[in-house]
Structures are given as structure tokens and as C-alpha cells.
Design a protein around this ligand. Sequence first.
Ligand SMILES: [Zn+2]
Length: 316
Amino acid sequence: MSNQLPVAVAIDIGGTKIAGALVDSDGNVVASKKEFPSWSAPTPKTGGTDVANTVASIAALVKEKALEMGRTPIGCGIGSAGVIDPSGRFIRSATEAIPGWTGTQLAQIVEAATEMPTIIENDVHAHARGEAWLGAGAGHKTVLMVAVGTGIGGAFTINGEIVRGATGLAGHVGHIVTPYGRGHECSCGVDGHLEAIAAGPTMVRWANQRGATVADGIDLERQAETGNQIALEVLTDAATATGEIIAGLVNCLDPEIVILGGGMAAAGEVYWKPLRAAYEAQLMPALKEVPLVAASLGGAAPQAGAAALAFATFQA
Ligand SMILES: [Zn+2]
């Protein structure tokens, strides 16, 4: 019976909102913000401590409800923006998307408020962990995920575990150089990286620099589909650059499957066709069969990944 499965508290910290859920070890969402709206809150713009306190109070609410249901959570898993220390205890560095987030001792703060063991992971890593567990990567031992949205990130998963690297930075797919990016400064300050031309906002900026008038990523895709030549060229170049880099990673890592996540996973053939063409053109012949597919969990992936992280860390 599912009510005998262990449960974990899963928290997803996004740029705009923080949400919690109670998830069992088969990945079933036992309870969420759908039934309990107080398990979701806007991410405080004041940043740092206020964000940590909001996370702690949501985690406490989820735990309280779990105890009422007679199910003691094994712990709390959290997916957060920023580089997370490999210990899973604190935010090693972060951009100003969450002001003052760098250095926040998040695990300690949540543990003090909830008396639950707590572990943190980067949100893209959590996204990949969720897709590898319950989404498009389910059943595969080695999964490469690349997320193309407001930025470009990724993660390589082996037997459900994320390759985090020595400092927690592994997976920064957006910070690989591409010939298409030359002359474009990246968010990291280096010239020519993929993210400087192929993430949602940078594609829009690039199209406008080339003379188009594009409002956002959806508008860019619509204009490309309806014959705007500049929009079509930008989308094609961005997709080509992305496909080439993904193929390079496949040639290097030899995964069973590649998952494209983030907002662009939902784009139409005007994006996917050049992406696939560039990907297939750059694969080594022996790797031609490695599938490139769209993510299947959508916005639920980071939460699933946060739960999976808690089970991987705390389940006996
Ligand atoms: Zn960069």
C-alpha cells in the first residue's frame, strides 16, 4: 500500500515563487499546494534571510501536515538557484536574481525550524534528477539533460546521481564557446558562450540587434514561423549552436538519452528541426542512435528531483 511508503518534503525555490510538496518514495505527490495553498509563496524580493525563512516555514507546514496524516518525513530536499556547495548545506554563490543568497546556510536554517535533516541541490540539477527518476529519462542509467530557458544549464546523471563536480559547478552547458556567439558577452563576462545567443532573452536581444522587433521568446518563434527572415535566422542559428554543443557533449559523455528541458523544449519544429539537424550532423557515427527528446515532467521536475535527493540522502 502506498500509505506505507516513506515520504519526503520537497521544496522548489524559483525566481518568482517557492513551493513545497509531500512526495512518497515512488514519486507520488501525496499532498501539494493544490490542496494547501499556504505551501506556496512568492520569493521575497528582499532575498537572503527572508527567502530562507520562507522556505523554512513552508517546510514546517508540510511536515506538520505529514505528521497529522501519520507519516513522518524522512527529511527535506530542496532545489535552489545558485551554485550549491557539494556538501548540500549552503549556497556557495548566486547571482542577484536572489539578492544576498550567496553564503546562506539554508540547510541549517530549515533544520532549526523543522527538526528534519535537510539537503540542497542546484535547481537545474534537481530538474535533471526529477526527469531521470520519473520523466523522459526513467529507466535509463546515464542521462544528459540540457535546459534552455532564461539561461542554459544542464546535468549529467549516472544511476540517478548527479555529477556535481569538485565545487558543485558541473553542468554549465551555456558556458561553452560557439562560433555563433563571438562578439556577444555572456552573463559570466566571457565572450562567445552559448548562453550569450541561445537562451530565451539573449535570442530576443540578438534578433533585435539584427534589426527585428521582437518582444519575447514566444513572439520570436511566432515571427519565425510566419516568415520574418531575421527571426527565422536567429532561431535557426541559436538552435544550430545548441544542437552542435549537445552533440559534442554526447560524443564526450556517451549517455543513453539526451533530454531537452526548459522553456524551449515546448518550442515548435521551427526550433526543433535545426536543433536536431545540427545534433545529428555532429554526432560521431557510433553514437547516431542516442535519442534527443523533450522533457516530460514540465514544472513538476525540480520538485520530483528535490524529493529524489532527500530519498537518496536520508533513506536507510
Ligand atoms: Zn558564460
